[in-house]
Design a protein around this ligand. Structure first.
Ligand SMILES: [Zn+2]
Length: 385
């Protein structure tokens, strides 16, 4: 049997967020909360006493995998309390802890969205912490929120907004813009309508979370235009996210009219999270539009054992040169680490299965893996890295 081994291949994570060291050691419940996509404080509570095997409220399969793999890494029992105690000890030197985890899985570069957490963390500090090259995507929504305060009219606002995006795009390490419009008014983007956008400006001035769909769509078009002018990439959040997402309008299909427009034929667009759970839609879009790409962040590693399934599913339609590795890690370096580790394990099984069935051979399988893990990133973003 030809077994594929991806451990020696480097990975570049094309979507994740920065964090800083925790000041106090984590309790087991706090640690689970850190691993979770939930931001609600009462989601994780103490386990019931009196049992040696504890199912903590809120614990899921991805967390169980994290505990199992960390126990292997630390050489301890795969029990939450033991793993967290070990982790707290190791994380006292947070820089060494982080860099050792990154080296362990050959994580060698990251595209970071500093739009979360708020207020934003320092890029230089995060770069020093991780010790790997960091590129940035610049979020448009905080710009809109900030500029609305100082600009009374829509005309002055939109001019300042465009100027702000240009300044950001002029920075070399900024590889593109990012939008979370899926969290605000959804992905069904309409044509630019200046009058309607203008009419909603007052509402947006009063409430930065207002739906203000026409205004948000207008701002998204401006971001597309500037990414086109700078030949940089627009990252669009698609699919699941945190509890705020406009779920009925978050699937990538809603973007197709926007992406098919003649004026955006050359615009590079990156579908963040690959539209999960609508990854077939994202994969289909990347298979028909030459400048649209997707990453598998969030679904990897948060669907746990399902990572194997989603890799296989994405490749049902997505071309090999369109899919990029990502994690959406956002609280602790173990997330970046587990992202690569679990992804490699799962991808090895998928590729080995394809070879066994005679769908591909070993050389091609390794090439497919390398494309997903770093080559597609290095090609698409070659002008700015
Ligand atoms: Zn994210």
């Amino acid at each position: 049997m030809t077994k594929i081994d991806l451990t020696s291949i480097k990975a570049v994570d094309v979507h994740c967020h920065p964090y800083i060291a925790n000041e106090e050691p984590y309790s087991p419940e706090e640690y689970l909360r850190k691993l979770s996509l939930s931001v609600l404080p009462n989601m994780f509570k103490k386990a019931k006493e009196g049992s040696s095997i504890k199912i903590f409220p809120g614990m899921n399969m991805y967390m169980q995998i994290t505990i199992q793999r960390l126990a292997r890494y630390f050489g301890c029992q795969p029990i939450l309390e033991e793993v967290v105690a070990k982790r707290n000890e190791e994380a006292k030197d947070f820089t060494a802890f982080t860099q050792n985890l990154f080296k362990n899985v050959k994580l060698e570069g990251m595209v970071v969205d500093f739009g979360y957490p708020t207020p934003p963390l320092s890029k230089d500090d995060y770069q020093r912490l991780t010790g790997v090259p960091i590129w940035e995507v610049y979020r448009i929504e905080p710009v809109m929120v900030r500029l609305r305060e100082s600009h009374e009219t829509f005309g002055a606002f939109i001019e300042a907004y465009r100027e702000d995006l240009k300044v950001a795009l002029n920075r070399k390490h900024v590889v593109g813009l990012k939008t979370i419009i899926a969290y605000r008014s959804g992905l069904e983007i309409r044509a630019k309508n200046e009058q309607m956008a203008k009419d909603q400006y007052e509402e947006f001035r009063l409430n930065d979370r207002a739906r203000a769909k026409e205004l948000r769509d207008y701002c998204l078009h401006v971001a597309m235009e500037e990414c086109t002018n700078f030949n940089k990439v627009l990252h669009i959040h698609t699919g699941f996210g945190d509890g705020e997402v406009v779920l009925p309008k978050a699937s990538p299909s809603f973007l197709i009219d926007l992406l098919r427009q003649e004026k955006y034929a050359e615009t590079k667009v990156h579908l963040v999270h690959g539209g999960y759970p609508w990854m077939e839609e994202a994969a289909f879009i990347t298979s028909i539009l030459p400048n649209v790409y997707l990453d598998i962040s969030l679904q990897n590693p948060f669907v746990g054992h399902g990572v194997e399934r989603i890799i296989s599913q994405v490749y049902e339609l997505a071309p090999f040169d369109k899919v990029m590795y990502g994690s959406d890690a956002f609280t602790v370096p173990e997330m970046n680490w587990l992202g690569v580790l679990l992804f490699k394990e799962c991808f090895e099984r998928v590729l080995t299965d394809w070879i066994e069935k005679g769908y591909t051979d070993k050389d091609m399988a390794v090439e497919i893996a390398e494309h997903m893990m770093y080559k597609n990133f290095e090609r698409v973003y070659s002008d700015y890295i």
